[in-house]
Design a protein around this ligand. Structure first.
Ligand code: PLP
Length: 392
């Protein structure tokens, strides 16, 4: 029986789709010791470099000393600590909503909140390139999932029109920043569609939180549509340098989630150290340090994108710190990634099922804490390797 797993694994290897983890040592920063050697990291979501920030580490240590290591239970049993409530009040203020609720990860948030808000008889309109956790949340919900072509608001309008009426709820769900493409949802158009068709709008801002907008409040702030979004979801483990996720919404929706979101109800809550880390990260995002980190991140993203485009790479429609370098085939993509790693540059190859077939690419991400000379050297090596492989 177990031989059948081996056969499938062999099939994955044959098609360049086999995945394996590389061991990193040392703290998450712009450099890592990977499988024993120093590499420049160009594939982390630690965009602001906060994952190794002394203030966050100190906050985690102090919270552990004061409150211990674990929360003991689900929030609805005995695990609702004052720190959780403090973080939620802070997140609600950060997102300008009535209330917020913390989840254990972005994956747990999406697979908990979507089935809570939508069920059989309801319709969920989901961008085709939304993150896997949204797709899984939709599948778990038993609502009808209607996937619309990526950022195609005209197609979405036609689908909404075709499904006018009915008594079920309609929810439009989109990533704020698309995680593998680095482009941004067309929020103004989505807001007018949700108003016209009486739908709710949910934005997953895993990659915009802490990064986009003058205050780092995310894609909605950047687009000027914070108050028009019904459900803001974001993560605490990417730019905020810790772990966990949040939903920010009306008090009514948050109360409903407390009563209905299974990943919230049936799971031990985040430990005090992680909650304290998120509070410390929000302090930094709100400070002048946060705004200069965001400025540096944007500068790095702009400069690297400009150089790679000038070299002939297709960076697709990226508008953010996530820079795809389109390759096409999975095997070529992994060979590109392997050669870069040999040269001390760590950029992950992204293959199906994370992206559509024929859409394999390198996903390069920059950090505020990269040194300019490291990024310049990386562009040179990536360009030379791309030429050797005939990609440019
Ligand atoms: C758009 C999006 N949503 C949700 C998640 C899941 O978040 P987490 O890593 O906190 O589970 C990710 C993670 O990569 C993501 O990119």
């Amino acid at each position: 029986m177990s031989g059948s797993f081996m056969k499938e694994l062999d099939g994955l290897r044959e098609h360049g789709l086999y995945r394996r983890m590389l061991r990193a040592e040392g703290a998450q920063g712009s450099h890592l010791t990977l499988e024993g050697r120093d590499v420049l990291v160009l594939c982390s979501n630690n965009y602001l470099g906060l994952a190794d920030h002394p203030v966050l580490k100190e906050a985690a240590i102090r919270a552990t000393e004061r409150y211990g290591t674990g929360s003991g239970a689900s929030r609805l049993v005995s695990g609702n600590m004052a720190l959780h409530e403090q973080l939620e009040a802070r997140l609600a203020a950060f997102k300008n909503t009535e209330a917020a609720l913390v989840f254990n990860s972005g994956y747990a948030a999406n697979t908990g909140l979507i089935p809570a808000l939508a069920g059989s008889g309801d319709l969920v309109f989901s961008d085709r390139l939304n993150h896997a956790s949204i797709v899984d949340g939709c599948l778990l919900s038993r609502a009808r999932m209607i996937r619309y072509p990526h950022r195609d608001v005209n197609a979405l309008r036609r689908l909404l029109d075709r499904n006018r009426g009915g008594t079920g709820r309609k929810i439009i769900i989109t990533d704020g920043v698309f995680s593998m493409d680095g482009d941004i949802a067309l929020l103004p158009e989505l807001v007018s569609l949700k108003r016209e068709f009486g739908a709710l709008l949910m934005v997953d801002d895993a990659h915009g939180t802490g990064v986009l907008g003058p205050g780092g409040r995310g894609t909605a702030e950047l687009c000027g549509f914070e108050s028009a979004i019904d459900i803001h979801m974001g993560t605490l483990g990417k730019a905020l340098g810790g772990f966990g996720a949040y939903v920010a919404a009306s008090r009514e929706i948050v109360d409903y989630l407390v009563n209905r979101a299974r990943s919230f109800i049936f799971s031990t809550s985040l430990p005090p150290s992680v909650v304290a880390t998120a509070l410390a990260a929000l302090d930094i995002v709100d400070s002048s340090e946060g705004s200069s980190l965001r400025g540096r991140l944007l500068e790095h993203a702009g400069a690297v994108k400009k150089s790679l485009r000038a070299a002939g790479f297709d960076t697709m429609d990226s508008e953010t710190q996530i820079l795809p370098l389109f390759v096409g085939g999975a095997a070529e993509t992994m060979e590109f990634s392997r050669r870069l790693l040999d040269a001390g540059i760590f950029v992950q190859g992204i293959r199906p099922p994370t992206v559509p077939r024929g859409g394999s690419r390198l996903r390069l991400t920059v950090m505020a804490t990269h040194r300019q000379q490291d990024l310049e050297r990386a562009v040179e090596v990536i360009t030379a390797t791309g030429k050797q492989l005939g990609i440019i």
